[in-house]
Every structure is written in structure tokens, then in C-alpha cells.
Design a protein around this ligand. Structure first.
Ligand SMILES: N[C@@H](Cc1ccccc1)C(=O)O
Length: 414
């Protein structure tokens, strides 16, 4: 009834949920089963749930701070005002780094996925050019408008979810409980391998560049945006859980060692899964699914980068202004993708480390500063100081873990 009497103030939450869900569920998930082989299913699930909780709340903290500023202001404006120039520089560098390197990663991933797909149809198309053409299409959509991105993301994400369930619906029936529970192992140890999975979980739950984009889309409507974040992140958590069951319930724990040794790339994992599937149709579905998975985060991430750069360089929203922003957004990663088409996994790893700064640490500091300065009148994340401390510990912990594992100081399953 309420919907009948309220004037249609802002677009429905559906588009926003799709922007968030589409950004989160992306290429990052292809790294999860590989890096989680050591800690295996239950511990990994626990890591995913903890990460989901922290990343949802850090996103809400960005919203809390952002609401005190004009619609269209992004991290640059908010961080500079609340935390000062030094933090703003660190934050800006880490955002630009993550979004650029992800855009590069997606160009390289889409290039290889398209190359692989066309290869299945006996067409030999160089991955470099496939990535380049794909990037042009995405650039055009992002240039058009946020609404265009949301529409496209809805279609792509719809296709992704459909092919996901068709593929993993098939996989789920194949799940061997003995494989999923690793019940043949004698005295297995899982816990030591838990920590190194956390930065990958963090990267896979990243979407935070899109919170200011949502405020641009909905206006200052904290309740609607909050629901978009909640449902978008929950959708990701559900899909990741099924994805872990589908992959770990079919590929035995020991087999992941060989997959990791081959670089753990999308193609290798998809290849290993098609090996157990033994079905041409499921094999194709898996390939189609990986195309859509890459495409939807590509759209979401570049929208975040686009809005961030527009705010940073003060480019306006006219077609020419948007063209300038599009050039700054796409030219550097396109060049990277053209020169080094194969850096996908490497790039995702670095994205995880840098993302903890602006997706966890800085949001917690922003919320604290915003409460001090404005009292956060429009909206305040629950949990008070305890929640802020929790997110800080989570963020700093992730950075420490990533550094330790880069120096080979954490146990690796092999
Ligand atoms: N979550 C995205 C990666 C990402 C990280 C940080 C911000 C935005 C997106 C993926 O899985 O591909």
C-alpha cells in the first residue's frame, strides 16, 4: 500500500542491488577455490562470512561519511575534508591503484576468456585484440550514463546468475560428499592455511568504489542505499558458498595443488572442472558463465573508477566532460592490456593488498571523523566504536597477512 501513496522519488533498489552484486561477484571468485584448498570448505566458509560482515559494514561507513557531502562527491572530497591531505593521498593512490589494476585485470581476463570461447568455435582470435574490443564496448556504456551501466549490469548479471545456476546446478548433483568433506584424509590440518585466504576474500568482496555512485543514482536516501548494500553483498555470499561447494565437492583437495602450480588461472580451474563434468553442454555453460562473470565486474569497477576520476579532475557530466573522464579511465589499462595480456592473477593479488586501505581501514576512520565533525545526522552505522575498531583490526590484519605471505612467512598448502 505504501508504494501506492509515496511518490516515486528514486529508482527501485533493484538497479542498485545489481550494481553492487555485479561488482562484487566477479573474476575474484575464480581465485577462491584455489587459494582455499589448504583450509578447505568449512574454515573457508567461516572466512567468507567474517569478510562479508566486515566489508558490508565498511561500505555502510563510507555511506555514513558520504551523506554529509553534496551528491556526486566521491572519496577524494570526503577523505580530504574529514581526514586531511595525507590520508587523502594514501587513499587516492590505493583507490586508483586497485581500480586501474582491476580494469587491466578484466581486460586481460576478458581477452583470454573470449579467445578461449572463440577457440571452442574453431575461430582463432588474438586475446590482445579481444580484450581491446571488449574494453571499447565497456567504455562506451560507461560513457553513456550510470543508468546505462545499471541496465547493462542487470542484463549481464541476470545472464551470469542464470548460467551460474545452470552450470552449478549440474555440478551440485555431482558433489561427492566424501570429496567436499575431505573424509579420506588422515589427520588433515586446515587451520594453518586459513589466514592467507583472507586477502583474497577481501578482494572478492570489494565494491566500495560504487557507494558514491549509488548516492549519485539514488540521491541522499540512506535506507535505500543500505538495502542495496545488504542485498548485493548477501547475494555474493550465497553465490560464493555454492561456488565453493560446487568446486570443492568435485575436485579433490589434493588436485588443487596441480591447479595452483599451473598458475591457478581461470582457464586452468575451468579446465579442471570440465574434466570432472564430462559433459560438453556443462563445459560450454561454464565458459559462458566465466565471460559474464568478468563482464559484470568490469562494468561495476570501471563505473567506480569513472566517478572517482570525474570528481578528482572536476570533469563535468556533459558528453564532452564524460568523454574526457572515459579517456582517463580506459586508456592506461587498455595500453597495459595490449602490452601485457597475461597478468591477470598477478594483478588480482596486488588489488587485494591495496584494497584493504580504502575498503576497510579508511572507511572506519571516515566514520569516526564524520561522527566527530557532523554527528552523522542522516545515518549512522550501528555498533558504535566497537564496530569501528573491528573494521580497523580486520583491515590492518589483512594487510599484515598479505605482507607476511608475500615474504613466504605463512604456511602454503602444497
Ligand atoms: N570484487 C571484485 C573485485 C573488486 C575489488 C575491489 C573493488 C571492486 C571490485 C571481483 O571479485 O572481481
Amino acid at each position: 500500500m505504501a508504494t501506492l501513496s509515496t511518490p516515486q522519488a528514486s529508482p527501485s533498489i533493484f538497479g542498485g542491488v545489481m550494481i553492487i552484486g555485479g561488482t562484487i561477484i566477479g573474476a575474484g571468485m575464480f581465485s577462491l577455490p584455489v587459494v582455499m584448498a589448504g583450509s578447505w570448505f568449512f574454515w573457508s566458509l567461516a572466512a567468507l562470512i567474517v569478510t562479508w560482515f566486515c566489508m558490508l559494514h565498511s561500505g555502510l561507513m563510507i555511506l555514513e561519511a558520504n551523506l554529509n557531502y553534496r551528491v556526486g562527491s566521491s572519496f577524494d572530497t570526503v577523505t580530504k575534508d574529514l581526514l586531511g591531505k595525507g590520508w587523502n593521498l594514501i587513499n587516492g593512490l590505493s583507490i586508483a591503484f586497485v581500480l586501474y589494476i582491476l580494469t587491466y585485470a578484466y581486460i586481460s581476463a576478458s581477452g583470454s576468456v573470449i579467445h578461449h570461447t572463440l577457440g571452442e568455435m574453431s575461430v582463432d582470435f588474438p586475446a590482445r585484440f579481444a580484450g581491446l574490443i571488449f574494453a571499447f564496448v565497456v567504455a562506451f556504456i560507461v560513457w553513456l550514463s550510470t543508468r546505462a551501466v545499471s541496465r547493462m549490469t542487470t542484463i549481464v548479471l541476470g545472464a551470469k546468475i542464470l548460467t551460474f545456476f545452470m552450470t552449478f546446478g549440474g555440478l551440485i548433483w555431482h558433489i561427492e560428499p566424501a570429496t567436499l568433506l575431505d573424509s579420506k584424509a588422515i589427520n588433515p590440518s586446515y587451520l594453518p592455511y586459513l589466514f592467507m585466504t583472507l586477502p583474497f576474500c577481501l578482494a572478492s568482496f570489494g565494491y566500495h568504489g560504487n557507494v558514491p555512485s549509488l548516492m549519485k543514482y539514488y540521491g541522499k536516501d540512506p535506507q535505500t542505499i543500505k538495502r542495496c548494500l545488504l542485498w548485493g553483498t548477501l547475494m555474493a555470499l550465497a553465490l560464493y558458498t555454492i561456488w565453493l561447494m560446487g568446486s570443492m565437492g568435485n575436485i579433490p583437495r589434493g588436485d588443487f595443488i596441480a591447479i595452483a602450480d599451473k598458475g591457478g588461472n581461470i582457464d586452468v580451474l575451468v579446465g579442471a572442472l570440465s574434466g570432472v563434468l564430462n559433459s560438453r553442454a556443462l563445459d560450454l555453460l561454464l565458459i559462458v558463465f566465466s565471460n559474464f562473470a568478468v563482464a559484470s565486474s568490469f562494468l561495476g569497477v570501471t563505473l567506480g573508477l569513472f566517478d572517482y576520476l570525474a570528481d578528482l579532475f572536476k570533469f563535468d557530466d556533459s558528453p564532452i566532460g564524460r568523454l574526457k573522464t572515459a579517456l582517463v579511465t580506459f586508456i592506461p589499462p587498455m595500453l597495459g592490456g595490449f602490452i601485457w595480456p597475461d597478468g591477470f592473477i598477478y594483478a588480482i593479488g596486488f588489488a587485494g593488498l591495496a584494497a584493504t586501505i580504502w575498503a576497510a581501514i579508511v572507511p572506519a576512520l571516515l566514520a569516526r571523523a564524520s561522527r566527530k565533525k557532523f554527528g552523522s545526522p542522516a545515518y549512522r552505522v550501528w555498533g558504535g566504536n566497537k564496530m569501528i575498531v573491528l573494521i580497523l583490526v580486520f583491515g590492518v590484519g589483512n594487510a599484515v597477512i598479505h605482507l607476511l605471505s608475500s615474504f613466504n612467512l605463512l604456511p602454503v598448502y602444497h
